[in-house]
Design a protein around this ligand. Sequence first.
Ligand code: ATP
Length: 221
Amino acid sequence: MSKKAIGILGGTFDPIHFGHLRLAEEMLELANLQQIRFIPTGTPPHRDSPQVSAQHRSAMVRLAIVDQPAFVLDDREVKRTTPCYTVDTLRELRAELGAAQPLCLLMGGDAFLQLHTWHEWERLFELAHIVVGYRPGFTLDDRIHTATPALRSHYQRRLCAADALSQQPAGGIAELAIPKLEISATLIRSRVAENRSIRYLLPNAVADYIHQHHLYEHANY
Ligand code: ATP
C-alpha cells in the first residue's frame, strides 16, 4: 500500500485568508493528501519583508486552521534567524519523514511559471512533487510557453495525474483546476489601514487577532 502524500504550503501568510484556506482544502481533497503543512516564511528570499512579525503570522495561521485536523502549522522557517530557501526546508522534511514518504509542494500557476528563479530549483524535483493549482478554464499548458526552456522541459517530462503522486516520493508535476478566490493579503492589509471591514475575507478569529494586536493599521501595503 502506498502512503498518502503530505502537502506543503509555504507563504508569507501576512495575514492568512480564505484564499489560502480554500486552496489548501481543494488540494487536500483533489490530490488525496493525508495532511497539509502550512509553513510561514521567515525572511523571504523572493519578496519584500512581511509587514508583521513571524510570531504574529504564525499565530494567525494557528487560529485559522484550528477546525481542520488535516491542516498543521509548521513554524520551522520562522524560527530560523538566517534567510531560508524552500529547498532547504524540503531537505529537512525529507530527512525527518524518510525517503519513501510522498511529499507535494503546493503552489499557484503564477508561482510555478517563476520556479526557475528559486534557489536550486531543479533540486526541488528530487525532494518533492509539485502540485500546481490553476484557474478552471486556463490550463497551465496554455501558458507554459512563457516558462524558460529548462522549466518547460521538466513540465513536459514530469506531468502526471494527481492520483499517481502517492506511488512515488517525489519528481512528478500535477495540475489541479482550483477556483481562485479574489482575496489577497495585500487587499486585507489595505482594508485594515483604511479602517474598512475585513469580515468574510478571512476567519473571524484571525480578524479579531488583527484588531486586538493593532496589526496593519499603519501598513504601507
Ligand atoms: P500578498 O497579497 O501579500 O502578495 P498572498 O495573499 O498572495 O500575499 P502568500 O502568502 O504570498 O499570500 O501566498 C501563499 C500561497 O497561496 C501562494 O502559493 C499563492 O499563490 C497562494 N494564494 C494566495 N492567495 C490565493 C487565493 N486567493 N487563491 C488561491 N491561492 C492563493
